[in-house]
Design a protein around this ligand. Structure first.
Ligand code: NAD
Length: 251
């Protein structure tokens, strides 16, 4: 993949899919800005990339805070002169597995703030920079829950359908500006977020696997491969698309 020297910001890079993506970009020679609300975790990821010969820095940034998103991107541009790739990955699940009538206000507001408004902030500021430089590639991390119904977590479902919609609408707006915007839609993938869902009941893992034709959960590294490919010039005629990585669950 042609990612050498690319300046790449990844949100939520301290854990799971974001961490695997940061490491993969690093292994391809990109300048990685690993941002996360959890600075310690982001630092660990950046250190691992640097220790294996890559180039990375850790930045604390909360995607729900517009000023912090502006600063994240402005600092990257001040230091590197441009922003080639932005991966909007930071996301959370709802704390409670409840049906719609019982869904809590807290879960609704928290999940929408990170998964939907956070992606909007990153798209707004990131695309403004890409317009200035005349090109760019953005990858949003949506979910299978953004393509199909998923019970007991309405805010998560709403936020991920929104990410798919924002991806397609913005791609339509900026196709002629040389800015591509795509999304990945992972199914159940090993990460802290999946662990939270598995902790709901001891048989949750087996229950979920019954719906996966390949019979296993995904690995964060498998999602990272698609993110890097979508971000790279290897996929340069693709925009406004979603790639589903779910072991066949959507079938
Ligand atoms: N794991 C799955 O099964 C799965 C499936 C579909 C989609 N996804 C999506 O993948 C993305 C990554 O999730 P993951 O599974 O790697 O989970 P994870 O919990 O391992 O990683 C999420 C990261 O986002 C960070 N984060 C949370 N709130 C933030 C904020 N306000 N600002 C900045 N960073 C913040 C966390 O600190 C964490 O490092 C999410 O958008 C998630 O919805 C995950």
């Amino acid at each position: 993949m042609r990612l050498e020297q690319k300046v790449v910001i990844i949100t939520g890079a301290g854990s799971g899919i974001g961490a695997a993506t940061a490491k993969l970009f690093g292994s391809h020679g990109a300048n990685v800005i690993a941002s996360d609300i959890n600075l310690e975790n982001a630092k660990n990821v950046a250190e691992k990339i640097n220790a294996s010969g890559g180039r990375a820095q850790a930045v604390q940034s909360d995607v729900t805070n517009y000023e912090q998103v502006e600063r994240l991107i402005a600092d990257a541009v001040t230091e590197h002169g441009r922003l080639d790739v932005m991966v909007n990955n930071a996301g959370i699940g709802g704390k409670h597995q409840l049906k719609t009538a019982d869904h809590t206000h807290d879960d609704w507001h928290n999940v929408i703030a990170v998964n939907q408004t956070g992606v909007f902030y990153c798209m707004k500021v990131g695309i403004a920079q890409m317009l200035k430089q005349g090109y760019g590639s953005m990858v949003n991390v949506a979910s299978l829950a953004g393509l199909k119904a998923s019970g007991n977590n309405l805010s998560y479902s709403a936020s991920k359908f929104a990410v798919v919609g924002m991806t397609k609408s913005a791609a339509l707006e900026y196709g002629r500006k040389n800015i591509r915007i795509n999304a990945v839609c992972p199914g159940f993938t090993h990460s802290a977020l999946l662990d939270q869902l598995l902790s709901v009941s001891p048989d949750m893992g087996d229950k979920l696997k019954r719906f996966i034709p390949m019979g296993r959960f995904g690995e964060a590294e498998e999602i990272a491969e698609a993110i890097c490919w979508l971000a790279s010039e290897n996929s340069k005629f693709i925009t406004g698309q979603t790639i589903t990585l779910d072991g066949g669950t959507s079938l």
